[in-house]
Design a protein around this ligand. Sequence first.
Ligand SMILES: Nc1ncnc2c1ncn2[C@@H]1O[C@H](COP(=O)(O)OP(=O)(O)OP(=O)(O)O)[C@@H](O)[C@H]1O
Ligand SMILES: [Mg+2]
Length: 587
Amino acid sequence: MTELKYLNKYLFKYKTNLLLGFFIIIIARILLLFTPGLIRESVNVIDEFRKGNIVSIETVQTELIQNIFLILLAAIAAGIFTFLTRQTIINVSRYVEFDLKNEIYTQYQKLSLSFYKKNQTGDLMNRISEDVSRVRMYFGPALMYSINTITLLIITFFYMYRQSPELTIYTISPLPILSYTIFKLSGIINIRSRIVQESLSKLSSFSQEVFTGIQIVKSYAIQKNKSLEFDNLSKKNKDNQISLVKMQALFFPLMILLIGISNILVIYVGGKQYLSGEIENIGIIAEFIIYVNMLTWPVASLGWISSIIQQAEASQKRINEFLKEKSEINYNLNGLKKINGSIEFKDVSFTYTESNIKAIDKISFKLNNRKSLGIIGVTGSGKTTLIKLITKIYNIEAGEILFDNNSINEYDLECLRKQIGVVSQDSFLFSDSIINNIRFGKEKATMKEVEKVCKIAGIHNEILKFSNGYETILGERGINLSGGQKQRICIARALIKEPKILILDDCLSALDNETEEKIILSLKSILKDTTTIISSHRLSSVQNLNEIIVLDKGKIIQKGNHELLINQNGYYKDVYSKQLTKKDDKI
Ligand SMILES: Nc1ncnc2c1ncn2[C@@H]1O[C@H](COP(=O)(O)OP(=O)(O)OP(=O)(O)O)[C@@H](O)[C@H]1O
Ligand SMILES: [Mg+2]
């Protein structure tokens, strides 16, 4: 139960509802327990009449009608209170589920990218859905049935013991066996349902992947192979389902068998005691049979509850594991807020721990406010990594990154990131409308502002051509954009932030030369007031910038402006001549 201690704060938070729920359960139980006594009395009246101790049939009738009426009343009242129990305790379990999901989600957002690399998305999703629902079962049904069963056991035992201690012992002796059997059976059912869940999620991820990549599947003509794979997965799922159903099918027959045994014991032992005069009236036997039937489900549920608690414990353990995980990145929310725009790298190094690749190796440069820097280098030379370090997606391993002469660590990271507009290489857009994707950069941006940045990014006219214009939905159920269109929407999204520092990571690569030139030209107007960094494979994207660095294996191998670099032997000059010849070829 140690892991579940984490949830005590919620017990405390919803204590009023829970206490009210417990109180209502107790009342509902007491009301329901009037019934066996009333039945005993009814049987006794008939028995007394038969024996001749009561002569008038009217007395019997009145007594019976009175009892039936009371039984009905107790049942209705107990029903109302049971309904109220669910309204209190089960509701609390839903509140806790809601709180816990939010807590987990907030934690997800805080954690660094390396956490996401270590954990699979499916697993993270599971914690928020499956694990939280198991914990909810602990809060809802488990708590409710525990209180229910405990109350019922205490009161019933008291009533039964008062009537006949010996018969009580015989009646309840099979119940622990029932509880234990159900506990074991629930355990097996849980294991098998988990296996079913796993095979089901394999089946659905497989289908999802095939549907997403349907173009590739068709163009490589591998539908048959994929169908076979699906068949196999589907067959496994079916076998697992059948083995689960076998166990589930045992549940009720087992319960009925054990109730049967208890009933037989009551009739046999009770009958013997009645005949020998140990119990004074036959109604007690009827009363005990009702007790046995009333107790069966709650006692069986003890076994079920234990297995729910076991599962909730395991799930909460998984949840706790990463709720306790600290983000490697310090957000320093009380740090410096504003930047002017100058950046300096002093001997900065960084190694990816996962691959042990030293992506940045002792890099130093200084970029003054409102100046521009180009980063050139072969694929894998470290351009994207360098850019990620500027927004502290990763902590650097050595050296120092400074903004306006203050270390990056002195800044409030959220404020810092808000003032830096990064257009990343992978042009990620959400499945939402174009306008919402752009407003992501500035929530309250007016239509005019949106249009302005779209014009600078050279995408305005193309957006207007879509039938829904700016309201066009992108992504899964919306339209798909071309690579170049996506890149330009991402540029607009970064521009709308009016960032102090604008960083374009190879995000003009999908554009033809002419469009690229046009965008660079229109960007010029804002570049005057913004510190800019552009990484690219193409010299045309960087040649007009104030300073250019050439990276190779994480090191700066050349530095200078375009004029200087084309007159210096090295990578830059080589690429320049190659790209020049290509242009000539085209002409
Ligand atoms: N998330 C990561 N985990 C481990 N290694 C990585 C990761 N991202 C990049 N690397 C490695 O770091 C090196 C630099 O990668 P980076 O993405 O910075 O290169 P790049 O210059 O941006 O390349 P490209 O021009 O293809 O975009 C590469 O060797 C790459 O394999
Ligand atoms: Mg890159």
